[in-house]
Design a protein around this ligand. Structure first.
Ligand SMILES: NC(=O)c1ccc[n+]([C@@H]2O[C@H](COP(=O)([O-])OP(=O)(O)OC[C@H]3O[C@@H](n4cnc5c(N)ncnc54)[C@H](O)[C@@H]3O)[C@@H](O)[C@H]2O)c1
Length: 254
């Protein structure tokens, strides 16, 4: 029996086979779940990547900032499954002007785009799918260390701090629906989103030396495993929590 036997999981955020979400989707299937993907923008690319999973899942279009996409999402999911037991939020976007040392000059418009896509979207996605979570369930979102600053992460760090708070408020409001909301805070991984952050390579290079367990920036599997564990029935009384999967980096001072 897999950890997710019989569960129906909606996974957002696959764009390449290095996406954290791709490895989450693969492991969910390996652990017995039925997986549905959402894709943003280049749908045919997401569909091609989806073919590489153990079983090719349906891919539903979702721009998480598009109210019409969100309003129709539950009905489009119902064409494939009659309920959802877990949601994976693996979405992030920040305009270049909000990254890489431009913190003092970033416009509100660019910050608003980052917050809408990377922070508020956890609320929008959760409430859009909630009608399908009649038996409760688990929502997991991907976080990055945001209690301290980094030279290049800038407004994405602010967006992630907001994401952490959003997860805690969702945990408060969705508890009565028996829905848990938790975060996995992963160390740096070489994905498309990471490559778009100027100076991210230097940040990533510093990580393995400081993390007590070391850290492989090319291996998304530890983060994906934690997501699967939080989606499973093995964290039944945990909500509003952040699980760090960063080799222990966050616990060190220098
Ligand atoms: N790579 C890292 O170092 C790292 C570390 C910790 C947390 N994270 C977080 O993990 C999550 C996934 O990122 P990743 O590193 O796998 O990169 P990725 O580029 O593979 O995934 C980012 C995803 O966000 C999606 N997206 C962007 N705008 C969207 C929109 N408007 N609507 C719907 N989807 C949209 C993209 O299509 C893409 O699939 C992000 O939240 C990221 O901040 C990444």
């Amino acid at each position: 029996m897999g950890l997710l036997e019989g569960k129906r999981i909606l996974v957002t955020g696959v764009i390449t086979d290095s996406s954290i979400a791709y490895h989450v989707a693969r492991m969910c299937q390996e652990q017995g779940a039925t997986v549905l993907l959402t894709g943003y923008g280049r749908l045919s690319l997401v569909e091609r990547i989806a073919q590489r999973l153990p079983e090719a899942p349906p891919v539903l279009e979702l721009d998480v900032t598009d109210d019409e996409h969100l309003a129709s999402l539950a009905d489009r999911i119902r064409e494939h499954v009659d309920g959802i037991d877990g949601i994976v939020h693996s979405i992030g976007f920040t305009p270049q002007e909000a990254l890489g040392g431009n913190f003092l000059n970033t416009s509100w418009q660019d910050v608003a785009t980052a917050m809408h896509t990377s922070t508020f979207s956890l609320k929008s996605l959760s409430t859009a799918v909630l009608p399908l979570m009649k038996d409760g369930g688990s929502i997991v979102a991907m976080d990055f260390e945001n209690e301290v600053t980094f030279p290049v992460y800038d407004w994405m760090g602010v967006a992630k701090a907001g994401l952490a708070s959003t997860a805690r408020y969702l945990a408060r409001y969705l508890g009565e629906h028996d829905v848990r909301v938790n975060l996995v805070s992963a160390g740096p991984l070489r994905t498309m989103a990471a490559r778009s952050i100027p100076g991210f390579a230097e940040l990533a290079d510093a990580w393995p030396a400081r993390a007590p367990l070391g850290w492989d920036t090319n291996n998304p599997e530890p983060a994906a495993r934690a997501v699967v564990a939080l989606l499973s029935d093995w964290f039944p009384a945990t909500t509003g929590e952040t699980v760090h999967v960063d080799g222990g980096f966050h616990s060190t001072g220098a």
